[in-house]
Structures are given as structure tokens and as C-alpha cells.
Design a protein around this ligand. Structure first.
Ligand SMILES: [Zn+2]
Length: 618
């Protein structure tokens, strides 16, 4: 008895320890003081980084990202771009042609850990630091660094003089501590895309030519000294002579980005019960930017209501970069395109605040959890902004997914974002397949529980770097269904869905419909029978792996719950208690949320003279 009891105690306490340990987070506190020389494009700065090791491991090394080093001829980003079949048009061979005064670099002038010199080794964009003093579990240490960097001519995301003439897009611009978590270090070379870093606070002072205006992450601390629209209304701003220092603070974010230009207009709009939105744009794009501002407010309201509340009190939409790229509390987007394009990019990048900025999944490892969820959310918001049918919000993503398969480019979406064979496969996998994953999940679990689950996921996992299983567990808890099979097929395999109607046979006044799983991805089936009198019935067949049924979604239609379909069975027979002559159509998933690769076998229309399936009356 005693023996059993002690075993039980060990088991229970062991379990709870594991559950807590699993989600420890490293923490960083940056204090940076940098000077940007706008004539030489060099940044000189100091960085004091307090690093909290909240893991159970003793760390003898740490790793920093030095992303500006990617913009040098022969860098991994350069070589990759010149070898991949479908290079990004913005990169191509442009890095290989950069001259010495156009490249980017990050020179570390000194690095101390708690006052002692640390030795370091730089390879490409990663710096490995061998620590003079190991960092023990649950302890902190302080790194003091001096660095000089050269801001590259803009090739990708960051750099000087973007194609619209924005002077500085300052992203991935400072030596940044890599993330260490229960999977280990995430110190990836900067080859193309996606970032991951620990949570922390940033206290950043930027000194530069006083004619430049800065927009970016965080809240400006010396607004009344800086002015440029940041000051309290009615304040007379007296800027000191000489260079101007801007002081920003951002709390609990994973990164700090900014942009600077002398020609920025700066407008502010308040989201009701939400953040203050700051807009920075050049005067020649003012018409579209002014028109976009109320839509940005509506977008934040929609996102807050539908997916959870944005937790910071500011967000900046800044003209800069080379397309659109998300950063905490801000985005850099191109500003000169069409109005629709501008709103679309704004909506997408701002929606990233939920998935990259606040949940902050590892977007290098799970880009679909970030790009896919972001695309999904912004497509729904845009449908509302432009008053287009919500049911069609994601059709483009389905088309993208189907075309990827037809082109033979599909790869499992569980891989690291940089390692896809083509940029096309990466982007369709991450954006389109991530979107379809969610829209199709609505089909599996029902629309109402889906949105409830999306909000619970956000609230449960904000500031915690969730992983795919964390998402599906929330959905399992919300629905009471088992859903791992769905994620596993979608994410780890390249299997496809195809359900079809094989035969329809009338017998004894009833109609027997034989359904088939024609491909190897199992799903639950919504079979809608429309009768000639106009009424409809839904024959609902859950998959046995679900261990349950989705709630009724459409109350206007009678739902008949059938026995679960065991996933090993290739066929399933549905009995409709009416004669075939009373039926107008029989259709699998008329909502088209299931990514069924071959829809031709989904519908039988009895009014058509030719029925492509075996239709027998016995
Ligand atoms: Zn994105």
C-alpha cells in the first residue's frame, strides 16, 4: 500500500514539474545607445544586455544574430539566392554586386560578460560567444558590447534608400541574442526569412541628424523634446541644436525595429478600446495613406473582437522596407502602390501583431503558424473592410494549395522555412496551407467553437511562443474532440483529400449512397441532400478518430447524425429515407471548406440527363 502510494506521489509531482518546466522562457533586457551617421551610414553603439537564464541548463555559450552580415558578396543569403530555382526578385544576384561602402556589416568592438572579456567567433550572421563564466540555471548575467555597423544598401527588408526613397529601414539591425528554449538554441543563419527571439524589454536611444523623423517599435519617451507630431497637442517643441536623441521604450516584445526619413508625415488615430495608431509616410503618397487610416482602425477593432485583444497601447505603420514585414508594435511597408494593395499589406502586417508579435511562435520552424494564421485573419478582416462575401475570403488560398500540388512542388510544411526547395513551395505552404488549415478546421469542428478556440489560444499562449501541438491542444479542449490526426496529416505529410459519391442505389423506397475515400487523407463528411421540394438535410459522418461530433452549425437544416467512419474503411453507405425520384442533388461539403482535390465526384445532380456515377434502381 505504502509502496503504491509513494509511487503515485512521485508520478504526480514528476508530471506537474515537467508541465511547468516545459514553458520556461529566457528573458532579455536591452539598453542600447546608438548614433547613426547619415553621411557614412554607420551606426556606433553600446548595448547592455541583461540575460536571464530561466532554464534548468548551465549555459557555457550564447549566440547572437548579426543579420547585417548577410548583405556581403558570398554570404549564405547571396549564394542561396543565386542557386535557388525561383529567387526572390528583390534579392537575385544583387548582394554579389555590392561594393565595400554598400555592404552591411556588424563589427563587434568589445564584449564583456559581467565585466570580463568574452571570446567570440563570428561565422556569417551568427556569433558564438564562449562565456568566461557559465550562466547557472535561474540566474542572470550582463553583457556589455560596443559595436559598429554599416547599414547596407537595401536588398531585403532592412537597409538604406529603399526603392521608394525611404532613407533608413532599420530591422534586424543590432546584435540580437538568439533564442534558447526546451528545444535548444535557435541560432539560424540569416538566409532568407523568418526570425525568432526571446521576450524582453528594450530601452533604446537613437541619435541622428535632427531633420530625420523616426517611426518604429515602442513608445517615445521624450515626445515633447522631439516633436514631429509625437508631442502633446499644444506643446511648443524646442529641439536642442545639433543631433537629436530619440528615446524609445518597448516592454515585453521580441524585437525592436525602426525607420527614419526626413520626409515623413506623421498622423495618429485612436482605435476605440485599442491602441493609438501612428502612420509615417512620404507626402507624395498622402492620398492613399489618409484614406487607409480609418480602415486600419476598423481592422484593429475586428481583430480585437474576433481573435483576442492587442495588448500594447501603440502600433506604427511605417513606409519603408521592400514589401511588408512585421515587427513588434510596428510594420514597415511599401507605400506607393494601389489603394487596395496598400490596405491589403497593412491588414496582413498588422494582423501579424497577433501571431508573430504577441504569440510569437517560432516562425522559422513553424512559418504556417505565423504566416498562415495571419493571412487567415487578415483575409477575414478584409472581407469585412471591403464588404465582400465572408465565405469567399479564403478561396485564393485554396487555389494556391491546389496549384502547388498540380505543379508537383508540395513539400511537408513541418520543415524549417529556409530549407524548402523553392520559394514558391515555402510561400504557398506557409501562407496558403496555413490559411486552409484553419478554414478547414472550421469544417471539422464547427464555426462557433472554432472562433472560441482561436481566442482561447491567443489568451492562453500570448507571450509564450506556442508550438503546433499547443494550438491543437487548445482546440481539443474547446471542442472535446481528438484532433491530432488532422494536424499530423496536414503538417507532416503531403497526403491529399478526395471524397466522392461512388454509387446511388434505390431499394425499398430508400436511397443508398455509397461514399468513397478516394485518396489517403481521412476527414469527416458533410453530405447534403436537397429534395425536389426545396428542403435540405445534412447527413453528418464524423471520423472515428475525432471521438465525437462537431456541434450543429446550420440550424436551418435538419442534421442526421450517422455512425463514425473508421479511417481505415475506403467506403461508407448512407441511407436516405426517400426515393431517388424525390431527390434533386446529393453533395459532399457544399461549403467547400474541405480541401477536396477532386470536386467533380462530390456532386450528383439528378436533373442532369447524364450522371457520371453508377445510379441504379433495384
Ligand atoms: Zn506575413
Amino acid at each position: 500500500m505504502l509502496k503504491y502510494l509513494s509511487a503515485l506521489v512521485i508520478l504526480v509531482s514528476g508530471y506537474s514539474l515537467t508541465a511547468q518546466d516545459y514553458r520556461w522562457q529566457q528573458r532579455v533586457e536591452y539598453v542600447m545607445d546608438v548614433r547613426l551617421d547619415t553621411k557614412t551610414h554607420k551606426v556606433n553603439g553600446s548595448q547592455k544586455l541583461t540575460y536571464y537564464n530561466n532554464s534548468k541548463d548551465t549555459l557555457r555559450k550564447v549566440y547572437y544574430h548579426l543579420c547585417f552580415n548577410a548583405f556581403q558578396p558570398g554570404s549564405m543569403m547571396d549564394v542561396r539566392s543565386r542557386n535557388i530555382a525561383d529567387p526572390d526578385g528583390r534579392v537575385q544576384d544583387r548582394i554579389s554586386k555590392l561594393k565595400d561602402d554598400e555592404i552591411g556589416y556588424q563589427h563587434i568592438q568589445s564584449l564583456k560578460q559581467d565585466g570580463k572579456d568574452a571570446t567570440y567567433h563570428i561565422e556569417g550572421t551568427i556569433m558564438e560567444v564562449t562565456l568566461p563564466k557559465p550562466i547557472l540555471p535561474n540566474s542572470k548575467t550582463v553583457f556589455d558590447m560596443k559595436f559598429e555597423s554599416q547599414v547596407p544598401v537595401q536588398i531585403r527588408r532592412s537597409g538604406r534608400n529603399n526603392r521608394e526613397g525611404i532613407a533608413y529601414s532599420m530591422t534586424q539591425w543590432y546584435p540580437k541574442m538568439a533564442e534558447y528554449d526546451h528545444q535548444g538554441w535557435h541560432a539560424y543563419q540569416y538566409v532568407a526569412r523568418e526570425f525568432h527571439s526571446p521576450w524582453g524589454d528594450f530601452d533604446v536611444k537613437i541619435t541622428l541628424d535632427p531633420t530625420f523623423i523616426i517611426g518604429g517599435t515602442g513608445k517615445l519617451q521624450n515626445a515633447d523634446k522631439v516633436g514631429y507630431g509625437y508631442e502633446k497637442a499644444g506643446t511648443t517643441v524646442k529641439r536642442p541644436s545639433g543631433d537629436l536623441t530619440w528615446h524609445f521604450i518597448a516592454k515585453n516584445v521580441i524585437d525592436f525595429a525602426w525607420a527614419a526619413d526626413p520626409d515623413y508625415q506623421h498622423d495618429i488615430m485612436q482605435v476605440p478600446n485599442g491602441p493609438e495608431l501612428h502612420f509615417f509616410y512620404q507626402s507624395k503618397t498622402a492620398d492613399n495613406w489618409k484614406k487607409m487610416q480609418p480602415l486600419a482602425v476598423k481592422h484593429f477593432e475586428f481583430m480585437n473582437k474576433t481573435f483576442g485583444k492587442y495588448p500594447y497601447d501603440t502600433y506604427s505603420i511605417v513606409q519603408g522596407g521592400d514589401g511588408g514585414m512585421e515587427y513588434p508594435m510596428c510594420t514597415l511597408i511599401l507605400g506607393e502602390g494601389s489603394f487596395g494593395g496598400l490596405v491589403g499589406v497593412m491588414a496582413h502586417e498588422a494582423a501579424h501583431s497577433w501571431y508573430q508579435g504577441v504569440l510569437a511562435s517560432n516562425e522559422a520552424l513553424y512559418p504556417w503558424l505565423d504566416e498562415g494564421f495571419t493571412d487567415f485573419a487578415s483575409q477575414e478582416s478584409e472581407a469585412q473592410l471591403f464588404n465582400t462575401p465572408a465565405a469567399e475570403a479564403h478561396t485564393g488560398s485554396y487555389r494556391g494549395y491546389f496549384s502547388l500540388i498540380k505543379r508537383g512542388l508540395q513539400e511537408p510544411i513541418s520543415q524549417h522555412s529556409d530549407h524548402y526547395n523553392t520559394n514558391a513551395a515555402y510561400s504557398i505552404a506557409s501562407y496558403s496551407m496555413g490559411t486552409v488549415f484553419l478554414q478547414q478546421l472550421k469544417y471539422v469542428i464547427g464555426e462557433e467553437t472554432f472562433y472560441k478556440g482561436m481566442r482561447q489560444y491567443f489568451n492562453a499562449w500570448k507571450f509564450k511562443h506556442p508550438e503546433p501541438n499547443d494550438f491543437i491542444r487548445v482546440m481539443e479542449k474547446v471542442t472535446g474532440l481528438q484532433l491530432k490526426w488532422y494536424m499530423s496529416y496536414w503538417v507532416n505529410t503531403t497526403k491529399h483529400i478526395d471524397y466522392g459519391i461512388r454509387t446511388i442505389v434505390e431499394n425499398d423506397g430508400a436511397t443508398f449512397v455509397t461514399l468513397e475515400r478516394a485518396d489517403n487523407f481521412p476527414m469527416p463528411v458533410d453530405l447534403v441532400v436537397t429534395y425536389k421540394d426545396g428542403t435540405k438535410e445534412l447527413y453528418y459522418i464524423p471520423l472515428n478518430e475525432m471521438l465525437g461530433s462537431k456541434p450543429v452549425e446550420d440550424k436551418s437544416m435538419n442534421r442526421i447524425d450517422l455512425l463514425a467512419w473508421p479511417w481505415v474503411n475506403p467506403t461508407y453507405v448512407v441511407k436516405v429515407n426517400k426515393k431517388a425520384s424525390e431527390i434533386a442533388t446529393i453533395e459532399i461539403d457544399p461549403t467547400e471548406r474541405m480541401a477536396d482535390l477532386e470536386r467533380k465526384n462530390n456532386l450528383v445532380d439528378f436533373s442532369k440527363a447524364v450522371i457520371p456515377f453508377e445510379y441504379k434502381v433495384k
